[in-house]
Design a protein around this ligand. Sequence first.
Ligand code: PHE
Length: 328
Amino acid sequence: MINQLIPKIKKEISIIKSENELMNLKSKYLGKKGELTSYTNSIKDLSIEEKKIQGPIINSIKKEVESLIATKLNSLKRSLIDKKLAEEKIDITLPSKGTSYGSTHPISQVSSEIVEIFTQFGFETFEGPEIESDYYNFEALNIPKDHPARDMQDTFYLNEGSLLRTHTSPMQVRIMEANRPPIKIISPGKVYRCDSDVTHTPMFHQIEGLLVDKSVTFANLKGILNEFISRFFGSDIKTRFRPSYFPFTEPSAELDIEWKDKSGKKTWMEVLGCGMVNPKVFASVGYDAKEFNGLAFGMGVERLSMIKFGITDIRYFYQNDLKFLKQF
Ligand code: PHE
């Protein structure tokens, strides 16, 4: 009987599918009232000779059964883990939600584009302070205290004598003060005016240009700016220089471009102010106006961007609306 026990148990174990069933089998054979336990218990009733023979046999069978059960328990546990792993497998072939990247603000994009064009023309870039003195922003640019031109720009005043620059033109003075001609620079940056509507924000961006040398002419001014416009807007854009007034240039002009609005109607759009450097400005930086002359221009980056992209409200640039920003 006991000899058939091992094959019988092996067979029973082979069809077991759960730890529970295995534990039942264990108690069936090895438990207090188990089959093998009863053999073990019966050893004590045997004769000494019989004990010597049966004892080791029963013990070895018991050990083998224990090891069969342990092996099965291991394999049951492993298959449980395998099953769990299979269920939790990540499907790497599923399409992802996608990543969204930040991008350069349209004003920065246009600014860099303008700077890039003038760099190709050989202009060097310098930036200046946004908090300016009355002297650089007005006085040295031929706009004295009671000059009506001060009303052209609504200024944010800070302490006595300092203000938020209303244009990038003070950089003309700063650059000329610190250098001798030839000078060929542009200066991009933020400017401030107390003004707010669909085409004005209290802070906006300008790019100033200044070229000073021995024989600079209005033809040079026209040539440079026409070439700039054709690179920036496209080669077949028509331009016109319309006489204007700025205290720091003489003569002064505004540059208009011919632009088609959404309905296809052609209109002239003002894009920048420019002129020949006023000898009074040269005087304030100690240049001899008989020896040197120069051209200057200043353009609004928001304005150029609005025309280029067909944007009708300047405030879109500063609302941080992703639907707007993602179009650039
Ligand atoms: N500073 C002028 C403005 O803000 C623009 C300008 C610059 C005009 C240089 C002439 C020369 O409107």
